[in-house]
Write a protein that binds this ligand. Sequence first.
Ligand code: UDP
Length: 384
Amino acid sequence: MTLTVLMNAGPWLSVPPPGYGGIENVVATLVPELRRLGVRVVLASVGSSTLPVDERIAVFPDGQFHALQRPYNQVCGVSQAHLAEVVRELHRRDDVDLVHDHVEAVGLATLAAMGPDAPPVLHTLHWDLAKHPELYGGLDGGDRVRVNGVSAAQLARAPRALREHSVGHVHLSTPLAVDADRRPAVAKGDHLVILGRINPGKGQDLGARLARTVGFPLVLAGPVGPYHRPEDLAAAGDDARQNPDVRFFYEQVAPYVDGDLVRWVGTVAGPERDDLVASARASLFPLRWEEPGGTAVVESLSLGTPVLATARGCLPELIAHGRTGLLATDEEELGELVLTAGLLEPGECRREAAERFTPARMAQRYVELYDRVRRGATTPMPLA
Ligand code: UDP
């Protein structure tokens, strides 16, 4: 019997995303593999999504990410409007076997509130679970709503009520992992790279300071708030500083960005992104938060670039210290490890990625979880 899954990617960005887009990238990576396994996918997203699926639902013609800069009372209706359409659709039809939801807080709350007539739900937690303590701490999805994490470390920090709804974790994946072990080696340059949105948790300021004190070229790639290009940020003027990530960039990161040793290149995408990471000596993750999933981590391994990181969140699960990367306890130790990064073997990183982080492996595990959710299982699966 064919399984029909309503994949709720939310209203913020199209799928696949135009550049930056963690969750939308996960959905874009997962769906083709699910369909290859015979799953029918109804995608709830925005009109501009181009991912091939069996059916689509959309309220907004394109991604509403830009609206996130507005005050709460002007933006709170966006995900509600999207979820209202998902609920209408679920009431209209009876062929959806399961909803796989990715919409932070609102998806979980709305789908849990639908009551026993609604289909089973698997809500993937892509976030730091220290957030939303009242929602997560009091969650009651009956035996119909289940959650999964993107790492064991992330779930370990979750409030008890959320953990009681958990069916385990599924590590993130990337299409770059497919046959990563068969790709020829890429010539390495001198630079290190930090790929990710500019944000205190991702620690670009710590990385940039290290680059200046230890003395290595560092490229920062990723958006600052809604601004993808340095010229767009410059043109935005002082109003842009209302965004906390913009303030963080100006106050904590920009003082180290000299355009020479430390550069911010804005968001990079496609082959440009892959070349930047593949030619880097190492990827740096100077985290000051518990990174829940880390797509950029598995992308780096797939591109044959070892990972230097603080040992927080999912990093110890994804990185084999001394083989595919080096994990430090603090900024100072990270600075020392930079000097030995060249000893790590790029081929080892690519082999590990090809084995552990392919979309096929992730999809296989989600299909297993769908089955467990539909059977009302609550105990976590053994580690993958
Ligand atoms: N990304 C990108 N271009 C950039 C910066 C980031 O394409 O300039 C992508 C990156 O390759 C990854 C995603 O955005 O696929 C970030 O996901 P991750 O889980 O690392 O971080 P999140 O922002 O979701 O916490």
